[in-house]
Design a protein around this ligand. Structure first.
Ligand SMILES: Cc1cc2nc3c(=O)[nH]c(=O)nc-3n(C[C@H](O)[C@H](O)[C@H](O)COP(=O)(O)O)c2cc1C
Length: 211
């Protein structure tokens, strides 16, 4: 791609099949009102992304990872979203990397506050993953159904989770990934409530039809 050209991708709504052409996935589908997370990127015919279309339906659940709720706060408001793109990256200091879509309210909150919490989900938290992962805080108050209390950084710690980490963004190490920002953050507080097995993306995806 030549320098200065804005890349445009094809985004397909997995609910109704509608396609949009833009740099980032649309905030919602103009045809069925499906949210941004319902869009998948369709590789262009020239295979510029060098990824076959067949990987998309397999994608994330097969790669598998532990699910967290990313709690965020800004100006007295609190929010949380479900997140699979969470991984520890360094141990001294202890830092994590979390990829957040730029369309999410969580992204706006973390960008301004520079802090967030990671609340660990267990096998009994599939409905919770769905609630926080399929609704945006732009449209509803997700804490009408679930309770939370502020942690050390002011980020919400959601009641009933297996444990939590509180994090402060390391702006020097944080990276732009076009549709997402990969926030790298120092862990400043942590607490483990239970050693039950964590909920994975694969556990969640297996039961999708029940939600
Ligand atoms: C199982 C699951 C995993 C998800 N993983 C991510 C993720 O890694 N990064 C991300 O930005 N969004 C992820 N999402 C989507 C967000 O949770 C979703 O877009 C949410 O509505 C954003 O909420 P907000 O606008 O209140 O921040 C995931 C959703 C689900 C159900």
């Amino acid at each position: 791609m030549s320098h200065g050209v804005c890349p445009v991708y094809i985004w397909k709504c997995t609910v109704c099949g509608h396609k949009e052409y833009s740099k980032h996935p649309p905030v919602s589908c103009v045809k069925c009102a499906g949210e941004a997370n319902r869009f998948i990127m369709v590789p262009p015919p020239d295979k510029a992304l060098d990824q076959p279309a067949a990987i998309y339906p397999i994608g994330m659940p097969t790669l598998n990872s532990i699910l967290y709720l990313v709690g965020s706060t800004q100006g007295g408001q609190v929010n949380a979203m479900c997140c699979s793109s969470v991984t520890p990256v360094t141990y001294h200091p202890m830092r994590v990397a979390v990829a957040v879509n730029k369309n999410n309210l969580t992204y706006d909150f973390i960008k301004v506050s520079g802090v967030f919490s990671l609340c660990l989900l267990g096998l009994g938290h599939k409905q919770m993953a769905h609630h926080f992962g399929r609704n945006s805080g732009r449209n509803i108050n997700k804490f009408e159904k679930y309770s939370q209390k502020p942690g050390k950084t002011g980020s919400p710690i959601i009641d009933g989770c297996l444990g939590y980490f509180e994090c402060e963004v390391d702006h020097r190490a944080t990276m732009d990934l076009d549709t997402h920002t990969l926030f790298v953050a120092r862990v400043v507080d942590a607490f483990v409530e239970s050693n039950e097995p964590p909920l994975t993306y694969r556990d969640y995806a297996q039961d999708l039809s029940k939600y």
